[in-house]
Design a protein around this ligand. Structure first.
Ligand code: HEM
Ligand code: HEM
Length: 147
């Protein structure tokens, strides 16, 4: 169960990352190009949100199963898995959720694109930083690597 979830959580990041990159590019082009906010735009943003929420569920279960969360905080590796990884990733997922909700509240198309661009954009930066932090722990060999 642990191994399956670990691989699922590790592999799922490609989907979250890819969707997030597409969503940010789409939102920036909509914002600066003053484009209409289409049903296709909305769907991509919601799929991005759903992929992030599914990653949250995988991660939350893993937190209890993983041996990497069962050591002293004084050890940098255990501290990474106990607090740093989940803090940075949960903040990123919360930003995606807020960005999506804010884009639904405003009526103007450009304002919708802007909310997505800003919130999803910061989330993307956090996700990339968070993955490089995992590489630093040695758990995965590279940004796109698996353990
Ligand atoms: C989009 C957000 C996230 C991304 C991209 C992400 C990515 C990753 C990656 C690449 C690994 C390494 C897996 C491996 O060993 O091969 C990992 C491990 C882990 N993640 Fe996340 N994660 C995210 C969110 C979360 C959240 C929200 C939690 C907890 C609530 C979490 C808990 C864990 C735990 C406990 C491990 C250690 C698994 C092990 O024993 O190796 N993750 N994550
Ligand atoms: C720990 C688990 C989860 C938490 C804490 C969580 C939390 C939230 C929150 C706070 C919202 C924002 C509602 C709003 O826009 O005001 C939301 C929306 C949403 N979540 Fe999750 N969620 C979780 C898991 C999931 C899962 C597993 C899925 C799908 C498989 C999912 C799909 C969605 C969808 C579709 C929306 C609405 C998006 C929209 O129509 O704008 N969530 N969730």
């Amino acid at each position: 169960m642990y191994e399956i979830l670990k691989s699922a959580h590790s592999g799922w990041r490609y989907l979250v990352l890819a969707l997030l990159v597409f969503a940010v590019v789409q939102a920036l082009s909509g914002w600066f190009g003053k484009k209409a906010y289409t049903e296709g735009n909305r769907k991509l943003n919601v799929f991005t949100l759903i992929s992030a929420h599914i990653q949250l569920v995988f991660g939350a279960i893993l937190y209890f199963l993983s041996p990497l969360t069962k050591g002293p905080m004084s050890d940098p590796i255990y501290r990474h898995w106990k607090v740093e990884h989940i803090s940075i990733m949960i903040i990123a997922i919360v930003l995606i959720t807020i960005g999506n909700a804010k884009s639904k509240k405003v009526t103007d198309s450009v304002a919708k694109h802007k909310n997505i661009a800003v919130f999803f954009g910061v989330a993307l930066v956090l996700l990339i930083v968070g993955i490089f932090m995992i590489v630093k722990t040695g758990q995965i060999a590279s940004f796109f690597g698996m353990s």
